[in-house]
Write a protein that binds this ligand. Structure first.
Ligand SMILES: *Cc1c(COP(=O)(O)O)cnc(C)c1O
Length: 395
Protein backbone atom coordinates (compact mmCIF):
# COMPACT_ATOMS: atom_id res chain seq x y z
CA UNK A 1 0.00 0.00 0.00
CA UNK A 2 1.64 3.21 -1.15
CA UNK A 3 -1.25 5.48 -0.30
CA UNK A 4 -0.80 8.20 2.28
CA UNK A 5 -3.48 8.53 4.97
CA UNK A 6 -3.43 11.60 7.20
CA UNK A 7 -5.17 11.00 10.52
CA UNK A 8 -3.49 13.66 12.65
CA UNK A 9 -5.83 16.59 12.21
CA UNK A 10 -5.62 17.53 15.89
CA UNK A 11 -1.93 18.32 15.32
CA UNK A 12 -2.64 20.43 12.27
CA UNK A 13 -4.87 20.50 9.21
CA UNK A 14 -4.32 21.00 5.52
CA UNK A 15 -4.95 24.54 4.36
CA UNK A 16 -8.18 24.72 2.38
CA UNK A 17 -7.48 25.68 -1.26
CA UNK A 18 -10.04 28.50 -0.98
CA UNK A 19 -8.21 29.85 2.06
CA UNK A 20 -4.91 29.72 0.21
CA UNK A 21 -6.38 31.55 -2.80
CA UNK A 22 -7.86 34.22 -0.53
CA UNK A 23 -4.45 34.81 1.05
CA UNK A 24 -2.33 34.80 -2.09
CA UNK A 25 -2.88 38.43 -3.22
CA UNK A 26 -1.83 39.68 0.22
CA UNK A 27 1.50 37.88 -0.07
CA UNK A 28 2.13 38.80 -3.71
CA UNK A 29 0.71 42.10 -4.98
CA UNK A 30 -0.76 43.69 -1.89
CA UNK A 31 2.17 43.29 0.45
CA UNK A 32 1.98 46.66 2.23
CA UNK A 33 2.09 46.94 5.99
CA UNK A 34 -1.58 47.41 6.92
CA UNK A 35 -0.57 50.04 9.52
CA UNK A 36 0.86 52.35 6.84
CA UNK A 37 -1.20 55.41 5.94
CA UNK A 38 -0.85 55.45 2.13
CA UNK A 39 -3.63 54.25 -0.17
CA UNK A 40 -1.65 51.11 -1.11
CA UNK A 41 -2.19 49.83 2.46
CA UNK A 42 -5.83 50.85 2.77
CA UNK A 43 -7.47 47.82 1.18
CA UNK A 44 -5.38 45.40 3.22
CA UNK A 45 -6.32 47.20 6.39
CA UNK A 46 -9.99 46.95 5.43
CA UNK A 47 -9.66 43.23 4.69
CA UNK A 48 -8.07 42.61 8.10
CA UNK A 49 -10.99 44.45 9.69
CA UNK A 50 -13.46 42.35 7.69
CA UNK A 51 -11.82 39.16 8.97
CA UNK A 52 -11.97 40.51 12.51
CA UNK A 53 -15.65 41.35 12.31
CA UNK A 54 -16.72 38.08 10.71
CA UNK A 55 -14.75 36.08 13.28
CA UNK A 56 -16.24 38.21 16.08
CA UNK A 57 -19.71 37.53 14.75
CA UNK A 58 -19.00 33.79 14.62
CA UNK A 59 -18.12 33.95 18.32
CA UNK A 60 -20.98 36.23 19.37
CA UNK A 61 -18.44 38.91 20.30
CA UNK A 62 -17.74 42.50 19.26
CA UNK A 63 -14.97 43.22 16.73
CA UNK A 64 -13.20 45.27 19.36
CA UNK A 65 -12.92 42.15 21.53
CA UNK A 66 -10.97 40.06 18.99
CA UNK A 67 -7.15 40.30 19.01
CA UNK A 68 -4.96 38.48 16.52
CA UNK A 69 -1.88 36.63 17.76
CA UNK A 70 0.69 34.18 16.38
CA UNK A 71 -1.39 31.15 17.40
CA UNK A 72 -2.93 29.17 20.21
CA UNK A 73 0.19 29.03 22.35
CA UNK A 74 0.62 32.80 22.38
CA UNK A 75 -3.08 33.32 23.11
CA UNK A 76 -2.94 30.95 26.09
CA UNK A 77 0.21 32.66 27.39
CA UNK A 78 -1.32 36.09 26.96
CA UNK A 79 -4.63 35.21 28.61
CA UNK A 80 -3.05 33.64 31.68
CA UNK A 81 0.01 35.84 32.22
CA UNK A 82 -1.93 38.97 31.24
CA UNK A 83 -4.77 38.44 33.73
CA UNK A 84 -2.40 37.17 36.45
CA UNK A 85 -0.44 40.41 36.12
CA UNK A 86 -3.36 42.81 35.89
CA UNK A 87 -5.19 41.28 38.88
CA UNK A 88 -2.16 40.61 41.08
CA UNK A 89 -3.36 43.15 43.64
CA UNK A 90 -6.63 41.22 44.00
CA UNK A 91 -5.18 37.73 44.41
CA UNK A 92 -2.64 35.18 43.24
CA UNK A 93 -4.67 31.99 42.84
CA UNK A 94 -5.38 30.36 39.46
CA UNK A 95 -7.45 27.25 38.77
CA UNK A 96 -6.82 25.02 35.79
CA UNK A 97 -6.98 21.26 35.08
CA UNK A 98 -4.56 18.38 34.80
CA UNK A 99 -5.46 17.76 31.16
CA UNK A 100 -4.69 21.15 29.61
CA UNK A 101 -2.40 21.64 26.64
CA UNK A 102 1.20 22.40 27.61
CA UNK A 103 0.70 25.99 26.46
CA UNK A 104 -1.55 26.36 29.53
CA UNK A 105 0.21 23.97 31.91
CA UNK A 106 3.71 25.32 31.37
CA UNK A 107 2.44 28.90 31.61
CA UNK A 108 0.86 28.07 34.98
CA UNK A 109 4.10 26.42 36.12
CA UNK A 110 5.97 29.56 35.11
CA UNK A 111 3.60 31.65 37.22
CA UNK A 112 4.07 29.29 40.19
CA UNK A 113 7.77 30.17 40.06
CA UNK A 114 6.74 33.83 40.26
CA UNK A 115 4.62 33.71 43.39
CA UNK A 116 1.27 32.54 42.04
CA UNK A 117 -0.60 29.55 43.43
CA UNK A 118 -2.17 27.13 40.96
CA UNK A 119 -4.77 24.41 41.55
CA UNK A 120 -4.74 21.65 38.92
CA UNK A 121 -8.20 20.06 38.98
CA UNK A 122 -8.61 16.32 38.58
CA UNK A 123 -10.90 14.95 35.89
CA UNK A 124 -12.99 11.79 35.86
CA UNK A 125 -12.27 8.63 33.84
CA UNK A 126 -13.72 10.28 30.71
CA UNK A 127 -11.69 13.46 31.13
CA UNK A 128 -14.57 15.56 32.43
CA UNK A 129 -14.13 18.35 34.98
CA UNK A 130 -16.66 18.19 37.83
CA UNK A 131 -18.33 21.63 38.20
CA UNK A 132 -18.84 21.03 41.95
CA UNK A 133 -15.12 20.37 42.40
CA UNK A 134 -14.33 23.49 40.42
CA UNK A 135 -16.61 25.58 42.66
CA UNK A 136 -15.07 24.04 45.79
CA UNK A 137 -11.58 25.02 44.60
CA UNK A 138 -12.45 28.73 44.35
CA UNK A 139 -10.95 30.85 47.15
CA UNK A 140 -11.11 34.55 48.00
CA UNK A 141 -7.71 34.90 46.27
CA UNK A 142 -8.81 33.19 43.02
CA UNK A 143 -8.48 35.57 40.10
CA UNK A 144 -8.58 33.31 37.03
CA UNK A 145 -9.75 29.92 35.85
CA UNK A 146 -8.46 28.39 32.62
CA UNK A 147 -10.30 25.26 31.45
CA UNK A 148 -10.05 23.90 27.93
CA UNK A 149 -13.15 23.64 25.74
CA UNK A 150 -12.22 20.29 24.20
CA UNK A 151 -9.22 18.11 24.90
CA UNK A 152 -6.68 17.70 22.12
CA UNK A 153 -5.72 14.12 23.01
CA UNK A 154 -8.95 12.36 23.97
CA UNK A 155 -11.50 14.76 22.44
CA UNK A 156 -13.61 15.23 25.58
CA UNK A 157 -15.80 18.35 25.53
CA UNK A 158 -16.03 20.13 28.90
CA UNK A 159 -19.21 21.72 30.33
CA UNK A 160 -17.85 25.21 29.56
CA UNK A 161 -21.05 27.28 29.94
CA UNK A 162 -21.69 25.79 33.37
CA UNK A 163 -18.09 26.25 34.51
CA UNK A 164 -18.11 29.83 33.22
CA UNK A 165 -21.29 30.56 35.17
CA UNK A 166 -19.69 29.28 38.38
CA UNK A 167 -16.60 31.42 37.75
CA UNK A 168 -18.77 34.50 37.22
CA UNK A 169 -20.87 33.84 40.33
CA UNK A 170 -17.60 34.08 42.28
CA UNK A 171 -16.10 37.03 40.40
CA UNK A 172 -13.42 34.87 38.76
CA UNK A 173 -12.25 35.63 35.21
CA UNK A 174 -12.87 32.64 32.93
CA UNK A 175 -10.52 31.64 30.09
CA UNK A 176 -10.95 28.69 27.78
CA UNK A 177 -8.41 27.18 25.39
CA UNK A 178 -10.80 26.48 22.53
CA UNK A 179 -8.10 25.63 19.97
CA UNK A 180 -9.62 22.19 19.27
CA UNK A 181 -13.23 23.35 19.53
CA UNK A 182 -13.20 26.58 17.53
CA UNK A 183 -14.66 26.00 14.06
CA UNK A 184 -15.77 22.51 15.11
CA UNK A 185 -18.36 23.35 17.79
CA UNK A 186 -20.66 26.39 17.80
CA UNK A 187 -19.44 28.76 20.49
CA UNK A 188 -21.21 31.89 21.72
CA UNK A 189 -18.86 33.55 24.18
CA UNK A 190 -21.48 35.70 25.89
CA UNK A 191 -24.07 32.93 26.30
CA UNK A 192 -21.36 30.55 27.49
CA UNK A 193 -19.93 32.94 30.12
CA UNK A 194 -16.49 33.03 28.50
CA UNK A 195 -14.28 36.05 29.23
CA UNK A 196 -11.24 34.97 27.24
CA UNK A 197 -10.94 32.40 24.47
CA UNK A 198 -7.91 31.12 22.55
CA UNK A 199 -8.13 29.79 18.98
CA UNK A 200 -5.69 28.97 16.20
CA UNK A 201 -6.22 29.07 12.43
CA UNK A 202 -4.20 25.98 11.50
CA UNK A 203 -6.55 23.69 13.44
CA UNK A 204 -9.44 24.58 11.10
CA UNK A 205 -7.86 24.45 7.64
CA UNK A 206 -6.34 27.91 7.97
CA UNK A 207 -2.66 28.91 7.83
CA UNK A 208 -0.11 28.22 10.56
CA UNK A 209 1.19 31.07 12.69
CA UNK A 210 -2.03 32.99 13.29
CA UNK A 211 -4.49 32.76 16.14
CA UNK A 212 -6.71 34.92 18.25
CA UNK A 213 -7.52 35.86 21.78
CA UNK A 214 -11.06 36.99 22.44
CA UNK A 215 -11.06 39.36 25.42
CA UNK A 216 -14.38 40.48 26.87
CA UNK A 217 -14.36 44.28 27.03
CA UNK A 218 -14.84 44.16 30.82
CA UNK A 219 -11.65 42.13 31.42
CA UNK A 220 -8.49 43.84 32.61
CA UNK A 221 -5.43 42.31 30.99
CA UNK A 222 -1.79 43.35 30.59
CA UNK A 223 -0.01 43.00 27.27
CA UNK A 224 2.29 40.08 26.58
CA UNK A 225 4.06 41.34 23.44
CA UNK A 226 5.26 44.91 23.90
CA UNK A 227 6.27 47.16 21.03
CA UNK A 228 4.28 48.98 18.37
CA UNK A 229 0.64 49.97 18.62
CA UNK A 230 -0.88 47.19 16.49
CA UNK A 231 -4.09 45.46 17.64
CA UNK A 232 -5.27 48.69 19.26
CA UNK A 233 -2.12 48.96 21.33
CA UNK A 234 -2.62 45.59 23.01
CA UNK A 235 -0.43 43.24 20.93
CA UNK A 236 2.64 44.57 19.12
CA UNK A 237 4.14 43.22 15.91
CA UNK A 238 3.54 43.89 12.22
CA UNK A 239 0.07 42.64 11.35
CA UNK A 240 0.08 39.20 9.72
CA UNK A 241 -2.35 40.44 7.07
CA UNK A 242 -2.38 37.41 4.77
CA UNK A 243 -2.62 35.07 7.77
CA UNK A 244 -5.50 36.97 9.33
CA UNK A 245 -7.37 37.25 6.02
CA UNK A 246 -6.86 33.49 5.54
CA UNK A 247 -8.07 32.88 9.10
CA UNK A 248 -11.22 34.88 8.29
CA UNK A 249 -11.85 32.72 5.22
CA UNK A 250 -11.22 29.50 7.17
CA UNK A 251 -13.80 30.59 9.75
CA UNK A 252 -16.30 31.50 7.04
CA UNK A 253 -15.91 28.01 5.51
CA UNK A 254 -16.02 26.25 8.88
CA UNK A 255 -19.19 28.15 9.77
CA UNK A 256 -20.92 27.25 6.50
CA UNK A 257 -19.96 23.55 6.72
CA UNK A 258 -19.97 22.95 10.47
CA UNK A 259 -23.01 20.69 10.83
CA UNK A 260 -22.28 18.82 7.61
CA UNK A 261 -18.64 18.23 8.59
CA UNK A 262 -19.59 17.07 12.07
CA UNK A 263 -22.16 14.61 10.76
CA UNK A 264 -19.71 13.22 8.19
CA UNK A 265 -16.82 12.91 10.66
CA UNK A 266 -19.01 11.39 13.36
CA UNK A 267 -20.07 8.62 11.00
CA UNK A 268 -16.46 7.76 10.13
CA UNK A 269 -15.27 8.20 13.71
CA UNK A 270 -17.88 5.79 15.02
CA UNK A 271 -17.02 3.26 12.35
CA UNK A 272 -13.35 3.46 13.34
CA UNK A 273 -14.21 3.02 17.03
CA UNK A 274 -16.55 0.15 16.27
CA UNK A 275 -14.07 -1.75 14.12
CA UNK A 276 -11.06 -1.23 16.39
CA UNK A 277 -12.85 -2.18 19.59
CA UNK A 278 -14.52 -5.27 18.13
CA UNK A 279 -11.78 -6.58 15.84
CA UNK A 280 -8.72 -6.05 18.04
CA UNK A 281 -8.56 -7.62 21.50
CA UNK A 282 -7.28 -5.86 24.66
CA UNK A 283 -8.06 -2.36 23.47
CA UNK A 284 -9.18 0.50 25.67
CA UNK A 285 -11.13 3.35 24.08
CA UNK A 286 -10.31 6.68 25.76
CA UNK A 287 -12.42 9.79 26.35
CA UNK A 288 -16.12 10.40 26.66
CA UNK A 289 -18.24 8.34 24.23
CA UNK A 290 -20.76 11.16 23.71
CA UNK A 291 -19.29 14.50 24.83
CA UNK A 292 -16.58 14.19 22.25
CA UNK A 293 -15.14 16.01 19.25
CA UNK A 294 -16.57 14.57 16.05
CA UNK A 295 -13.12 13.86 14.61
CA UNK A 296 -11.28 12.36 17.59
CA UNK A 297 -10.50 8.77 18.52
CA UNK A 298 -7.96 7.61 21.08
CA UNK A 299 -7.13 4.02 21.98
CA UNK A 300 -4.71 2.14 24.19
CA UNK A 301 -3.45 -1.18 22.87
CA UNK A 302 -2.28 -3.31 25.76
CA UNK A 303 1.14 -4.96 25.81
CA UNK A 304 2.65 -2.64 23.19
CA UNK A 305 4.22 0.83 22.99
CA UNK A 306 2.41 3.62 21.18
CA UNK A 307 5.72 4.74 19.71
CA UNK A 308 6.38 1.36 18.05
CA UNK A 309 2.84 1.37 16.69
CA UNK A 310 3.39 4.86 15.27
CA UNK A 311 6.58 3.84 13.49
CA UNK A 312 4.94 0.84 11.84
CA UNK A 313 1.86 2.87 10.90
CA UNK A 314 4.18 5.44 9.38
CA UNK A 315 5.97 2.81 7.34
CA UNK A 316 2.52 1.92 5.98
CA UNK A 317 1.85 5.56 5.04
CA UNK A 318 -0.49 6.29 7.96
CA UNK A 319 0.03 9.47 10.01
CA UNK A 320 -1.30 9.27 13.56
CA UNK A 321 -0.11 10.48 16.94
CA UNK A 322 0.80 8.84 20.21
CA UNK A 323 -0.64 11.74 22.18
CA UNK A 324 0.06 15.40 21.70
CA UNK A 325 2.52 16.28 18.96
CA UNK A 326 4.44 18.36 21.48
CA UNK A 327 5.27 15.36 23.67
CA UNK A 328 6.05 12.76 21.06
CA UNK A 329 9.63 11.73 21.50
CA UNK A 330 9.27 12.10 25.25
CA UNK A 331 9.28 8.86 27.20
CA UNK A 332 6.71 9.85 29.79
CA UNK A 333 3.20 8.71 28.99
CA UNK A 334 0.65 11.39 28.24
CA UNK A 335 -0.36 13.53 31.24
CA UNK A 336 -3.94 13.39 29.96
CA UNK A 337 -4.10 9.59 29.99
CA UNK A 338 -2.55 9.50 33.47
CA UNK A 339 -5.13 12.09 34.62
CA UNK A 340 -8.02 9.88 33.47
CA UNK A 341 -6.58 7.17 35.71
CA UNK A 342 -4.78 4.87 33.28
CA UNK A 343 -1.79 3.02 34.70
CA UNK A 344 1.58 3.86 33.09
CA UNK A 345 1.89 0.56 31.25
CA UNK A 346 -1.47 1.00 29.53
CA UNK A 347 -1.05 4.74 28.85
CA UNK A 348 2.18 3.90 26.99
CA UNK A 349 0.25 2.02 24.31
CA UNK A 350 -1.89 4.92 23.19
CA UNK A 351 -2.65 6.11 19.67
CA UNK A 352 -4.77 9.04 18.53
CA UNK A 353 -6.43 9.14 15.12
CA UNK A 354 -8.03 12.48 14.25
CA UNK A 355 -10.11 12.74 11.08
CA UNK A 356 -11.10 15.57 8.75
CA UNK A 357 -13.67 16.19 6.06
CA UNK A 358 -11.10 14.83 3.58
CA UNK A 359 -10.94 11.45 5.34
CA UNK A 360 -12.72 8.70 3.40
CA UNK A 361 -14.37 5.49 4.48
CA UNK A 362 -11.65 3.65 2.55
CA UNK A 363 -9.02 5.44 4.68
CA UNK A 364 -10.73 4.15 7.82
CA UNK A 365 -10.98 0.58 6.51
CA UNK A 366 -7.37 0.56 5.30
CA UNK A 367 -6.19 1.96 8.64
CA UNK A 368 -8.01 -0.67 10.68
CA UNK A 369 -6.79 -3.49 8.41
CA UNK A 370 -3.20 -2.28 8.76
CA UNK A 371 -3.57 -1.68 12.49
CA UNK A 372 -4.79 -5.25 13.08
CA UNK A 373 -1.69 -6.66 11.41
CA UNK A 374 0.70 -4.32 13.20
CA UNK A 375 -0.82 -4.89 16.64
CA UNK A 376 -0.62 -8.62 16.06
CA UNK A 377 2.99 -8.43 14.99
CA UNK A 378 4.06 -6.23 17.92
CA UNK A 379 2.23 -8.40 20.43
CA UNK A 380 3.90 -11.49 19.11
CA UNK A 381 7.24 -9.82 19.89
CA UNK A 382 6.12 -8.49 23.28
CA UNK A 383 7.40 -10.21 26.44
CA UNK A 384 4.48 -8.59 28.30
CA UNK A 385 2.02 -10.32 26.03
CA UNK A 386 3.85 -13.63 26.34
CA UNK A 387 3.69 -13.39 30.15
CA UNK A 388 0.03 -12.52 29.98
CA UNK A 389 -0.78 -15.53 27.79
CA UNK A 390 1.21 -17.81 30.07
CA UNK A 391 -0.61 -16.55 33.16
CA UNK A 392 -3.95 -16.91 31.44
CA UNK A 393 -3.16 -20.53 30.60
CA UNK A 394 -2.15 -21.31 34.17
CA UNK A 395 -5.26 -19.73 35.62
C1 LIG B 1 -2.64 23.04 18.94
C2 LIG B 1 -3.10 23.47 20.29
C3 LIG B 1 -2.54 24.59 20.93
C4 LIG B 1 -1.39 25.36 20.33
O1 LIG B 1 -1.78 26.12 19.22
P1 LIG B 1 -0.65 26.67 18.23
O2 LIG B 1 -1.40 27.56 17.29
O3 LIG B 1 -0.07 25.48 17.54
O4 LIG B 1 0.34 27.40 19.06
C5 LIG B 1 -3.05 24.97 22.15
N1 LIG B 1 -4.05 24.28 22.73
C6 LIG B 1 -4.63 23.22 22.16
C7 LIG B 1 -5.76 22.53 22.84
C8 LIG B 1 -4.16 22.76 20.92
O5 LIG B 1 -4.73 21.69 20.36
Amino acid sequence: MNKFIYLDNAATTKIDPQVFETMRPYLEEEYANPSSSYTFAGNIHAKVDDARSSIAQFLGAKSSEVFFTSGGSESDNWAIKGVADSLSAKGNHIITTKIEHHAVLHTCEFLERHGYEVTYLDVDEYGLVDPAKFEAAIKPTTILASIMFANNEIGTIEPIAELGKIAHDHGVVFHTDAVQAFGHIRIHVKEMNIDLLSASAHKLNGPKGVGLLYIDSKVKISSLIHGGSQERGRRAGTTNAAGIIGFGKAVELADARLEETNAYETKLRDKLIQRVTTEIPYVKFNGDPVKRLSNNTNFCFRFIEGESLLILLDSNGICASSGSACTSGALDPSHVLLAIGLPHEIAHGSIRFTLSRDTTEQDIDDTVDTLKKIVDRLRNMSPLYEDFLKKNKEA
